[in-house]
Write a protein that binds this ligand. Structure first.
Ligand code: PMP
Length: 283
């Protein structure tokens, strides 16, 4: 495997950054994960728009202009021979002696890696559906920024894993679901209404979420952008989640509550196929 580190393509096992990188010391960095299908990136522009927004919100300089960045992404995919997988890219505020304020005249660091993912395994997971747990949302109030400061998300995902679940849906102080540790949360109510939380500082604006909303609008399928409570979640006819790596993934159990008949619901399956059609169109 090959990694890109600040201008160089190096063997993955030798790829390293300096101990005074601010990503390492302060989690002073942002990232993106882009899905690669058939050798092509899905929603490349959406991910780059979000990266630029994250950088801007943190007053961090882009490591390079957008066009060369796209070329590096393509090169990382090519050098790793990825057909189906992901590309990870991370930008930090660079290497400087440890001090909280922004360093002056320090270029940001750019790191990229890519890896293969098994499409067969993902398809099987989607066929069976997954379980999720609910946990308190203990994150900061700028969850709209895709920061590498992921400790609360790490703790939430580990708790899910410890309890045999795929994902943890985080719940705010008002008892409303924000989002998963690395996914956006959706329900289909008993009345058949498709609901997901509107974007704000409380959640990350998922690119998959946005693309699914756009595809649903094209198909004249109505959705309701509003917060929903844990009670509504447990009482839902269907539950599903979205992310770049999970696409549209049916949820069949929440905490110890079986959702529907314990199998992926008809709406979730339809939305997954709508999303898969969109991805096929991107390739
Ligand atoms: N919420 C959080 C907290 C995430 O980390 C992710 C994954 N990037 C998502 C939602 C889903 O976003 P996307 O569809 O852009 O992968």
């Amino acid at each position: 495997r090959i990694a890109y580190v600040n201008g160089q393509y190096v063997p993955h096992r030798d790829a390293s950054v300096h101990i005074e990188d601010r990503g390492y010391q302060f989690a002073d960095g942002v990232y993106e994960v882009v899905t690669v299908t058939g050798g092509r990136m899905i929603d490349e522009e959406g991910h780059l728009d979000r990266l630029w927004r994250s950088l801007n919100e943190l007053r961090m300089a882009p490591p390079m202009k957008r066009a060369p960045l796209k070329m590096v992404m393509r090169e990382v995919i090519r050098q790793n021979g990825i057909r189906d997988g992901i590309i990870y890219l991370q930008v930090t505020r660079g290497v400087a002696p440890r001090d909280h304020p922004f360093p002056k005249n320090t270029p940001s660091s750019l790191v990229m890696t890519a890896k293969r993912l098994s499409m067969a395994k993902a398809a099987k997971t989607a066929e069976q559906g997954v379980s999720v747990i609910t946990v308190p949302d203990i994150r900061w109030t700028r969850r709209d920024i895709k920061s590498v400061s992921l400790l609360p998300n790490v703790l939430a995902k580990q708790e899910a894993k410890d309890r045999g679940a795929y994902e943890a849906f985080q719940v705010d102080d008002d008892g409303m679901v924000t989002e998963g540790s690395s996914t956006n949360a959706w329900i289909v109510t008993k009345e058949g209404r498709i609901v997901t939380r509107p974007t704000s500082n409380s959640i990350l604006a998922g690119i998959t979420r946005a693309s699914l909303i756009r595809e649903l609008e094209k198909n004249d399928i109505e959705i309701e952008l509003r917060s929903f409570s844990v009670e509504e979640l447990l009482d839902a006819k269907e539950v599903f989640l979205t992310s770049s790596t999970s696409y549209v993934l049916p949820v069949v159990k929440v905490d110890d509550q079986v959702i529907g008949n314990g199998h992926p619901g008809i709406v979730s399956q339809k939305l997954r196929s709508i999303y898969e059609n969109f991805m096929a169109g991107e390739v």
